[in-house]
Design a protein around this ligand. Structure first.
Ligand code: NAP
Ligand code: MN
Length: 266
């Protein structure tokens, strides 16, 4: 089995990376940063986002594992003190693989074709200087004209990130769904949006269409920022691809939610 490591640049993560490498090589695994079967992410959830995008062309073969060198994360849910146990499990292939749904984003340009992206957490559409005005279509039918700061479309596992800060619901990642959440919509007697987050199932799609051809806006795909212009529409749906995580012990999602957001005894 081949392994690769994605690490944050702080001292603790660097130290742990060297330790992990030594252990894994000792147990007969091969270090391969090009074509790994297992990717160790050492740092935070943000580090795992980087690892995901680095290996997003290998999703049907790669499993990710996150070790947190800061606070407990949602993807980075292993403690540094568990490293030896983890390496032993990897060497013995003694782990389960869970699959989480991803978000597919297709940006259709007026002139230059379609760009496709996969997001592990979310995609956002924001206009930094002027009000964002976009028509929202659900399954090809006009739903609302959105005016406001922006819109966020998140995956279930991304629902605890930006989506949560926007007041969206936390969605269990066994559900094949995406969630559309508003950022500060303008609502008055003239302008109307639904206000609530919408959760769409796998066979539905959501499209955003700029109302003005000259609307420039910013898009994010996880930590990646893309300036956009000349866009006809952006389509969002549950991706066919999935992300795999290696699980060495049970750590149920709701327990991670509890430990991250509710419990103060950590
Ligand atoms: P960052 O500014 O370090 O991320 C913001 C926080 O989100 C960090 O504490 C990060 O954890 C945490 N996070 C990332 N994915 C998460 C998940 N699935 N569930 C719960 N928390 C999560 O930037 P980054 O590390 O590059 O991460 C990019 C992400 O930041 C975006 O995908 C977006 O979700 C999030 N974000 C949030 C807000 C907001 O809440 N207002 C605004 C912009 C972006 P770590 O410290 O472990 O990395
Ligand atoms: Mn971060």
């Amino acid at each position: 089995m081949n392994f690769a490591i994605q690490a944050r640049l702080d001292d603790q993560s660097k130290e742990l990376t060297e330790l992990a490498k030594t252990y894994l090589l000792d147990f007969g695994l091969k270090h391969d940063e090009e074509s790994p079967d297992i990717v160790l992410s050492i740092g935070g959830d943000g580090t795992l986002l980087h690892a995901f995008h680095r290996f997003s062309h290998l999703l049907d073969k790669v499993s990710f594992v996150g070790i947190h060198t800061g606070h407990l994360g949602f993807y980075a849910d292993w403690k540094p003190s568990e490293l030896e146990k983890l390496v032993l499990s990897i060497a013995k292939k003694d782990f389960n693989v869970v699959e989480y749904p991803l978000l597919e984003v297709q940006v259709h340009h007026n002139s230059s074709g379609v760009n496709k992206y996969l997001a592990l957490n979310e995609a956002t559409v924001k206009s930094p200087s002027v009000t964002l005005v976009m028509d929202v279509e659900l399954n090809g039918k006009h739903f609302e004209r959105f005016r406001g700061d922006g819109l966020c479309v998140s995956t279930p596992s991304g629902s605890t990130a930006y989506n949560k800060a926007l007041g969206g619901a936390i969605i269990h990642p066994t559900l094949q769904a995406i969630q559309l959440t508003e950022m500060a919509s303008i609502n008055n007697r003239v302008f109307r949006t639904v206000g609530s987050s919408l959760v769409l199932p796998a066979h539905h799609n959501c499209e955003l269409k700029p109302v003005s051809e000259s609307q420039e806006f910013n898009m994010t795909i996880d930590h990646i920022s893309l300036d956009q212009s000349d866009v006809a529409k952006i389509q969002f749906n549950v991706a066919r691809e999935k992300v795999r995580f290696a699980r060495f012990r049970p750590f149920p999602f709701w327990e991670r939610v509890h430990e991250s957001f509710v419990s103060n005894d950590v």
